[in-house]
Design a protein around this ligand. Structure first.
Ligand SMILES: CC(C)(COP(=O)(O)OP(=O)(O)OC[C@H]1O[C@@H](n2cnc3c(N)ncnc32)[C@H](O)[C@@H]1OP(=O)(O)O)[C@@H](O)C(=O)NCCC(=O)NCCS
Length: 238
């Protein structure tokens, strides 16, 4: 068993310890173990919080302009989870640390095209989350019959251009902007099964995270009550 002290401040002789089974302990803490799940209607609030946590430069890189909080909120409010695909990575505190939006064209004559946008919180960058979201979106797009996936990035956005290029995208620079597009092969039985299994695993992982967080909050509550009782005893004794 691996005993892991929670980030919560522990006071007065008692501290909450998280005990993880050995086979989970390393991966549960390793920031590069990312489980990607599809996001839906009830994740809207967390998506807004994630995007509004980005600083000015990141907002500029993500949206192509310096989006303020209200503009981000408007973007989140209009996300269409039925038409598009939105993917996310949650940490164990259920904070959305990374997300990607695969947007399909509203114009039916371009229904074989989709555009990819992504953001990863600075604290977890460089662990491959951006690349994994890109690969996940590619698999999904392919299974949905998309032939061309577009990425609109500023030329200075080396990280994004790297991700697209490594996945085989053609990158065309035009002044301060870069347009990248990726030709996707047709779906196969294997690509469809892989995506189904991936999504099942991601949903199980999310349910476990929700349970672990709820139980952890419960234990923290118990700890607070114990602390209150102890403080009251100390006061009445002195
Ligand atoms: C672009 C972004 C999503 C990358 O996320 P990430 O999780 O750090 O990406 P990865 O860890 O998968 O790294 C991707 C590649 O870029 C490289 N990279 C990462 N940060 C870099 C940086 N600041 N400068 C140069 N290269 C960088 C990595 O080394 C990696 O290349 P490698 O596989 O050859 O090592 C993230 O920086 C971000 O959210 N930026 C703000 C929003 C944005 O720019 N979105 C893209 C436009 S839609």
């Amino acid at each position: 068993m691996d005993v892991h002290k929670e980030d919560t401040e522990a006071e007065g002789g008692g501290e909450l310890l998280r005990v993880l089974p050995p086979e989970q302990s390393a991966s549960a803490r390793a920031p590069w173990v990312a489980v990607i799940r599809r996001l839906g209607e009830r994740h809207r609030g967390r998506i807004a919080r994630h995007l509004q946590a980005l600083d000015e430069r990141d907002r500029y890189l993500r949206f192509g302009y310096l989006a303020n909080d209200a503009q981000i909120q408007a973007y989140v409010d209009t996300l269409d989870f039925e038409r598009d695909a939105v993917f996310g990575i949650y940490n164990r505190r259920l904070e959305l640390v990374a997300m990607a939006h695969l947007a399909y064209s509203v114009d039916k004559s371009y229904d074989a095209c989709a555009e990819f946008g992504v953001s990863v919180l600075p604290s977890v960058r460089g662990h491959g989350y951006g690349s994994k979201l890109f690969a996940r979106a590619m698999r999904h797009a392919r299974n949905e019959g998309v032939h061309l996936m577009f990425i609109h990035a500023l030329s200075e956005n080396t990280a994004m251009i790297n991700i697209a290029r490594k996945a085989g995208a053609t990158v065309e620079r035009d002044g301060s902007e870069a347009r990248a597009y990726l030709r996707l092969p047709p779906a196969t039985f294997e690509s469809q099964v892989t995506e189904m299994v991936e999504e099942q695993l991601a949903q199980t992982d999310y349910r476990l995270k929700v349970q672990a967080k709820q139980f952890w909050d419960f234990l923290t509550g118990v700890q607070d009550v114990r602390r209150g009782v102890r403080d009251a005893r100390h006061k009445s004794a002195s």
